[in-house]
Write a protein that binds this ligand. Structure first.
Ligand code: NDP
Length: 482
């Protein structure tokens, strides 16, 4: 069994113990053993990053651009192999895994370019004879804490801008899926960047994550994960004076209006709600459907769902892989029961199933669930499930649909299916989400534009695209007497 160590100060370093990485499509398949570090490992990694910072932050934009470009090139060249590893450890299909790996490679390439595009401003002073320059500088050592659902893309979209703008990094990936993050760390290590610039410390969030958040040597924390953990991190960062960026949950609405193209609306709803096993923060979980199209929409969506093949993430013909873990599966199934107890009606799926290939492999397979006759106040429509579970709310008209769509403590992504320019334009303007989709699934975003939400979904500056510089740099204003 291959053992995978932490990367600290350019050295592969054993942890105190190891944890197995288990394939959710086949519980007898152990992918490898991964180091479990402790707070002392975080200390060493932060010290190494701090020592590397002066040279890295002044190394010059060409050197940083070349390093990121090299990393992106290797990721793209190995996308099939790494996509297979991702599918094996996380449970999204092989095609989705390859797509995610390609995304990670593209992100590194994008930020290789961003190294060269960082600009400042020069202004005249209000005092004659003085010039003012505004520049952006790196912030120091950043701690990156990432979730299990995008095991390579989310680390990539935090690491690439951090390094591009001259920061040093300590990454703590999700304990459930450390394999893709380890493979990424290996690529970064072999790219030739100096020891200590990038460090990987694996282990439980309560140990490694908390040590990073509390560490005085960490200038900023970028976190993606659940609301509960995120809020605790924000409070600790405020206490310790750290810059913080949080991307958290969603309860993303998909509005379907009477004038929608029915086939398109059904397809994008199925994609939004169930693909990637519904385990995307941008997945839709509330379908808000107007009166006249409601019966035809439900019937067509049930027919579409009947064709979905659930099974081994890496098997040919699989549309939807397993749920990531036993805990998550139990949560998904329990929300189906909660919704039924509240009065919603289960119209499709909702139970544990066997792999469609008939392989007999034991995995966390769940048939996507559709709950109809739900109302906006039910727990199923207010709390994030994070699985292949969608509930439908029937509304009178567009105005009510918009009210219900915005009636949530979250605000990550929102979609509308309509052929009306008037309603599409109004929805784009009045949706209280950070990302709005017209006739597109709520999930599925570009890497060169900002990503993030409003209300309880996000906190701090946006990630990705050129907006990423807001978090990963600090502004300096310099005055010069001419
Ligand atoms: P968690 O919040 O449980 O974990 C996220 C990360 O935080 C993991 O690395 C975890 O470590 C770590 N962590 C856990 N406890 C602490 C702590 N006390 N201090 C510091 N770090 C800690 O989320 P999940 O991994 O379960 O991810 C699912 C969640 O992520 C969903 O709610 C989803 O909505 C959200 N998400 C949001 C996205 C967005 O951009 N808005 C994108 C993707 C997911 P460990 O794994 O070891 O527990």
């Amino acid at each position: 069994m291959q053992q995978h160590n932490n990367l600290i100060n350019g050295q592969w370093t054993a942890g105190q113990t190891v944890a197995p990485n288990i394939n959710p499509s086949d519980l007898s398949d152990v992918i490898g053993e991964y180091a479990q570090g402790n707070a002392a490992d975080v200390d060493t990694a932060v010290a190494a990053a701090a020592a590397a910072f002066p040279a890295w932050s002044t190394s010059g934009i060409q050197a940083r651009s070349d390093a990121l470009d090299k990393i992106g090139t290797e990721i793209l060249a190995r996308k099939e192999e790494l996509g297979d590893l991702l599918a094996r450890e996380e449970g999204k299909t092989r095609a989705e895994g390859i797509g995610e790996v390609a995304r990670a490679g593209q992100i590194f390439k994008f930020f290789a370019g961003e190294c060269l595009r960082l600009s400042g401003e020069t202004l005249p002073s209000v005092r004659p004879g003085i010039g003012v320059e505004i520049t952006r500088e790196p912030i120091g050592v950043v701690g990156l804490i990432t979730p299990w659902n995008f095991p390579i893309a989310i680390p990539a979209w935090k690491i690439a801008p951090a390094l591009a703008f001259g920061n040093c990094v300590v990454l703590k990936p999700a304990d459930l899926v450390p394999g893709s993050a380890w493979a990424l760390a290996d690529i970064i290590h072999r790219s030739g960047i100096p020891a200590g610039v990038f460090n990987l410390v694996m282990g439980p969030g309560r140990v490694i994550g908390e040590a990073l958040v509390q560490h005085p040597g960490i200038a900023a924390i970028s976190f993606t994960g659940s609301v509960g953990v995120g809020r605790g991190i924000a409070a600790a960062c405020a206490q310790n004076g750290k810059k913080v960026q949080l991307e958290m949950g969603g309860k993303n609405p998909q509005v379907v209006l009477d004038d929608a193209d029915l086939t398109q609306a059904v397809e994008l709803s199925a994609q939004s709600c169930f693909y990637s096993t519904g385990q995307r923060c941008t997945a839709s979980s509330r379908l808000i459907v107007t009166d006249k199209i409601y019966p035809a929409f439900i019937e067509a969506l049930q027919a579409r769902m009947a064709k979905i093949k659930v099974g081994d993430a890496r098997a040919a013909g699989t549309d939807i892989g397993p749920v990531v873990s036993q805990t998550q599966l139990e949560q998904d199934l329990s929300y189906v029961e909660i919704a039924k107890a509240e009065g919603a009606v289960l119209a499709a799926g909702g139970g544990r199933v066997a792999c469609h290939t008939g392989s007999g492999k034991e995995g966390f397979y769940m048939q996507p669930a559709l709950l109809v006759d739900s109302t906006a106040g039910m727990r199923i429509n207010r709390e994030e499930v994070f699985g292949p579970v969608a509930s439908v709310i029937r509304v009178r008209d567009y105005e009510e649909a918009l009210l219900v769509a915005n009636d949530t403590e979250f605000g990550l992504s929102a979609g509308i299916a309509t052929t009306s320019l008037k309603y599409a334009t109004h929805f784009k303007r009045h949706s209280q989400a950070g990302m709005v989709m017209v006739n597109l699934p709520t999930a599925g975003v570009d890497y060169h534009v900002p990503f993030g939400g409003r209300k309880g979904s996000s906190y701090g500056p946006r990630e990705q695209g050129r907006y990423a510089q807001e978090f990963y740099t600090t502004v300096k204003t310099a005055y010069t007497l001419a």
